[in-house]
Design a protein around this ligand. Structure first.
Ligand code: 8Y7
Length: 286
């Protein structure tokens, strides 16, 4: 197979009761369990909608589902612990038996532990387990862990992002977080890294990271997850204000990410991304 010669061997990623084969890029479908401001159906309706969306994403070919109860978009406000648990746990419980590993998108240790106990197999933390208690909570599980880079916090990160060498700085950060995980008893074999597109980055920073993904993969020695789906940077490049109009840009950027070594793609648009992966695979196999 024509894999990037320097990229880490795509050995299976231990992920709870699953072993994820990263020989081809995996598609992580996004499920946001945040209140629908256009419906007054309450929590039951939000849960039902999230579960139905998850089943549709599995049907469309998602390899992993990422479930989140708090938006981390620029400017988003934090959600209290009990509210986040109320949002995500019923969705994790309902989807845990569907044969696809579930990822919990949270930075709160209590949510990590409760979600894994309810059936989640991957912890996706945009704060890279830096919150008090997060390393310990993850270490107490057998879940895989995605460590993401962010400069600042969701409330402030887009104010004035600044780097000397963004690829080098993100790599250094991720290596330090891998070391912190190992010191806390989280084996490096369980770890996935993520440059955090859009999290404290200008358009130029995001482009430099996309071009430099191979350096991050080689520098960290771990599989890389890329999350570019529908993000503002793609809106700025394409002049598309509505995120729903950024599907083609999302697929194009995901293909570049795959060509530069990404192994997991966090996306809203599973069918379009799957077609791209199939085209990429056909070229790899030839
Ligand atoms: C990412 C993410 C978001 C990402 C990882 C959005 C939760 C913002 N983006 N997690 N989460 N990587 N690992 O626009 O890029 O989807 S939320």
């Amino acid at each position: 197979m024509m894999t990037c010669p320097d990229s880490p061997l795509p050995s299976p990623l231990p992920c709870g009761r699953y072993r994820l084969d990263l020989a081809r890029p995996l598609i992580m479908g996004i499920i946001n369990v945040t209140p629908d401001s256009f419906s007054d159906g309450g929590l039951l309706a939000d849960t039902a909608a999230a579960v139905a969306h998850g089943l549709a994403l599995i049907e469309a070919g998602a390899d992993i589902l990422d479930i989140g109860g708090e938006s981390t978009r620029p400017g988003a406000q934090p959600v209290p612990l009990d509210e986040e648990l109320r949002r995500v746990l019923p969705v994790v419980e309902a989807l845990a038996g569907e044969g696809v590993p579930l990822s919990i998108d949270t930075y709160k240790p209590e949510v990590m532990f409760a979600a894994v106990s309810a059936g989640a197999s991957l912890i996706n933390d945009v704060f890279a387990l830096q919150q008090p208690g997060a390393l310990e909570a993850a270490a107490a599980t057998d879940a895989a862990v995605c460590l993401m880079h962010m400069q600042g916090t969701p409330q402030t990160m887009q104010a004035d992002p600044s780097y000397g060498d963004v690829v080098a700085e993100v790599t250094t950060f991720l290596k330090a977080r891998i070391a912190a995980c190992e010191a806390a008893g989280i084996a490096r074999e369980r770890i996935v890294v993520d440059p955090g597109f859009g999290f404290g980055k200008t358009t130029a920073h995001n482009i430099a990271l996309l071009r430099g993904l191979g350096d991050i993969v080689r520098g960290t020695g771990r599989p890389l997850l890329a999350g570019l789906s529908r993000k503002s940077v793609l809106g700025r490049i394409t002049t598309r204000d509505d995120p729903a109009d950024r599907v083609a840009a999302s697929v194009a950027s995901a293909l570049v990410a795959v060509q530069n070594g990404a192994r997991v793609l966090r996306v809203h648009d599973v069918p379009a991304t799957l077609d791209m992966v199939r085209v990429w695979q056909a070229l790899e196999a030839a």
